[in-house]
Design a protein around this ligand. Structure first.
Ligand code: SF4
Length: 374
């Protein structure tokens, strides 16, 4: 009976995000009880910055300033680094940048990940969508490869405003028209190639009053949108862009109302409603984060120069080109930093910008309670 419901869910959800019930149950137990151990388990999820080069000049992110050839591991470098046992249990890979589509060997990188990571289930790519041709050719090839290997594939294109005003955020001319062209071209091949296409909208002072327009556009174009809060981080090289990013005054009040509205849009497959409710609570009442974070459960970030991070707020904990990733990740002083400065301090005030399957599996009861009682 449970399996029949599950099969039906898989049929009606074209994104195929539903794991089998025994897997969900096992992950729920493992994450809520085994996770009590202070030593993180081998990572299941990794975000990999395959380049810091970017063809946009965004006014909310300064990663494009780090354009240095030494900052990019080659396919060969990566093949060596990723043979480390630390990466042996990875199930989810997010390919990020910079602009990943600028790498001429992006397909070969995806093939390398599939070959190296025996437990891989999902590959996602974040792109600025500026180059339509590169997006189409990479997505067609990588999605085919993923299908052949029974791996889910999705691509998320950044779009932070509707209209020419987007060029001001992207810092280059014609960004808006080019990104729209890419989104529509990808939508055309989405069903045939069976991948998930989404929009990532980062909320900052540039677009806070345009969010309803973004929602309407996403509905009309039938491309789902995900809202995340702009963040100022050392690693994003955007400390000098703080005033563009951090929302205050009327914008803050507007944003709280917007998140509250999204938080009321509850349904079984819209688990982000709970994330939006939590974001509203954090902004309005300065409340502590209650939702799980896949990094806190054992995830990692690998920079394009080989630097390793526990999470998006972590300092660099070592370079995998210089010593084993496993010994860096489980190094005594690094684990102490992780526990004392990240888990005990940063996590409490860290806004949830993701609510992926790993996090949802752990927060299953929280989510059901939200659906039924709030
Ligand atoms: S600081 Fe934020 S990103 Fe890092 S582990 Fe905690 S919740 Fe996750």
């Amino acid at each position: 009976m449970t399996m029949a419901i599950y099969r039906n869910l898989k049929r009606i959800t074209d994104v195929k995000t539903v794991s089998a019930p025994p897997t969900i149950a096992w992950n729920f137990i493992k994450n809520n009880f085994v996770f009590l151990s202070k030593r993180p388990s081998l990572p299941r999820a990794m975000c990999i910055y395959v380049t810091y080069r970017c063809n946009m000049r965004c006014r909310i992110c300064g990663i494009w300033k780090q354009n240095h050839p030494d900052y990019e591991m080659t396919l060969r470098d990566l093949s060596g680094v990723l043979s480390d046992p630390l990466f042996s249990r990875l199930e989810y890979i997010n390919i990020n940048g910079g602009e990943p589509l600028l790498r001429n060997d992006l397909f070969e990188l995806a093939a390398l990940f599939i070959k190296k990571f025996k437990h891989l289930r999902t590959i996602t790519i974040n792109s600025n969508g500026l180059s339509t041709d590169r997006a189409i050719s990479n997505v067609e090839r990588i999605s085919r490869l993923c299908r052949e290997n029974d791996i889910r594939f999705s691509i998320s294109i950044s779009l932070h405003k509707i209209g020419e005003g987007y060029d001001e955020i992207a810092g280059i001319r014609n960004a808006y028209s080019r990104v729209i062209k890419t989104l529509r071209a990808l939508r055309e091949i989405r069903d045939q190639n069976m991948f998930y296409l989404g929009i990532n909208c980062v909320i900052t002072n540039f677009n806070v009053f345009d969010l309803y327009k973004m929602l309407k556009w996403s509905d009309y174009e039938e491309i789902p949108i995900n809202f995340t809060l702009g963040e100022v981080r050392d690693r994003f090289d955007n400390l000098d862009m703080k005033d563009n990013i951090e929302i205050r005054g009327e914008g803050r009040d507007f944003l709280i109302r917007f998140f509250r509205k999204l938080g009321r849009d509850k349904s079984l497959f819209n688990h982000h409603a709970l994330r939006y409710k939590e974001l509203a609570d954090i902004i309005e009442f300065n409340s502590k984060r209650t939702l799980s974070c896949h990094y806190a459960m054992g995830g990692l970030i690998l920079g394009s120069e080989g630097l390793l991070y526990y999470c998006k707020k972590s300092k660099a904990i070592g370079n995998c080109r210089e010593r084993s990733a496993y010994s860096i990740y489980y190094g005594k002083s690094n684990l102490k930093y992780r526990e004392k400065e990240l888990l005990e301090v940063e996590c409490k005030k860290c806004p949830p910008n993701t609510f992926n399957r790993i996090e949802l599996e752990k927060d299953l009861l929280k989510y059901l309670k939200f659906l039924i009682f709030t």
